[in-house]
Design a protein around this ligand. Structure first.
Ligand SMILES: [Zn+2]
Ligand SMILES: [Zn+2]
Length: 310
């Protein structure tokens, strides 16, 4: 199974505080990198984590608050300096487009690649991107401006061949694709070998949901039901629940309530307000509701099986 990993580049909120960088993540899936949000300092943090930029073709921006998009001008410009020629696709609410146009017009005259903008409808739960192996769906969020979360889903793969069974029944390698596609095998004696004996089940497709920034919105649970990992903003602690509502954000406990309702396997919280100085106690509030919760931090790499701190 190809690795699926989340790289946390930034997990703070709007104002610089407590050493956090604004929102930015990379998702590695099926050999590709997808960027989710691009807060200020994204390219610096990316560089620090030792990841190449060539595998990135799609950036998904949730909304046009600066802590989610101020990293774009630097990143777009650097990719040009590095000699990029492949198209770069930015998926975002329509109100981000003037910012991208302005960046390109002012700073990117001689770039060797195109930036293609795709408008995301923040009121719909719909497919916004797909390729051979991954689908990306929008998740309507409730914030102070149009805002969309994203659900990344691997597409199903074919079953695995059992090489020892091919050898056992003298099945030529040229038939491997047919067997993978479900074909039974008939031996020279006329015995039919069912496909289930020749293959192992396919790997279960994995999924990742990213929900930031948002007012506590239980209705999103059905859109992300059963996903493997959910990142949900947890800007405030219980103490500031009223402030969370006023500013269209969530508390750690509310993030956990979404995780519980959606029956996800693991919750990652982040987008911490500057008021959150004790991450352990913040995490504790979430874990009272949903035990399998992790607190994000810059440099954290989350493998879909194990979490590795870089
Ligand atoms: Zn934010
Ligand atoms: Zn915001």
């Amino acid at each position: 199974m190809e690795p699926m990993k989340i790289y946390i580049l930034g997990c703070g909120s709007a104002k610089p505080a407590n050493g956090h960088l604004p929102s930015c993540q990379l998702l590695e899936a099926r050999g590709k990198l997808f960027m989710i949000d691009c807060g200020e300092g994204a390219q610096m943090q990316w560089n620090r984590m030792g990841l190449g930029m060539t595998r990135l073709s799609h950036i998904f921006i949730t909304h046009s608050h600066g802590d989610h998009c101020f990293g774009l001008p630097g990143l777009i410009s650097t990719m040009g300096l590095l000699g990029r020629t492949a198209d770069l696709h930015i998926h975002a609410p329509a109100d981000l487009k003037p910012f991208i146009d302005c960046t390109l017009n002012l700073f990117c005259h001689e770039m060797g690649y195109n930036v293609i903008f795709h408008k995301v409808d923040c009121t719909a739960n719909q497919l916004v991107h797909e390729d051979r192996s991954v689908e990306v769906w929008s998740i309507p969020l409730r914030h102070r401006m149009p805002c969309s979360g994203y659900l990344f889903k691997e597409k199903p793969t074919l079953p695995h061949i059992r090489p020892e069974m091919l050898e056992c029944y003298n099945i030529p390698v040229s038939q491997a694709n047919n067997i993978k596609a479900g074909m039974d095998w008939t031996t020279e004696d006329g015995e039919v070998i069912p496909n289930s004996r020749l293959t192992r089940p396919a790997d279960k497709p994995r999924s990742y949901a990213y929900c930031s920034d948002t007012l506590y919105t239980p209705s999103i649970a059905r859109m992300i039901e059963g996903c493997d990992v959910l990142y949900h903003e947890a800007t405030f602690s219980d103490e500031f629940e009223v402030r969370a509502k006023q500013t269209c954000h969530s508390t750690a406990r509310q993030a956990a309530m979404i995780a519980q309702k959606a029956k996800v396997k693991k919750l990652v919280i982040g987008h911490y307000s500057g008021r959150i100085k004790d991450i352990e106690s913040h995490l504790g509030e979430a874990r009272e509701v949903f035990l399998d919760t992790i607190a994000s931090e810059e440099g954290l790499i989350l493998d879909f099986d194990t979490v590795v701190k870089k």
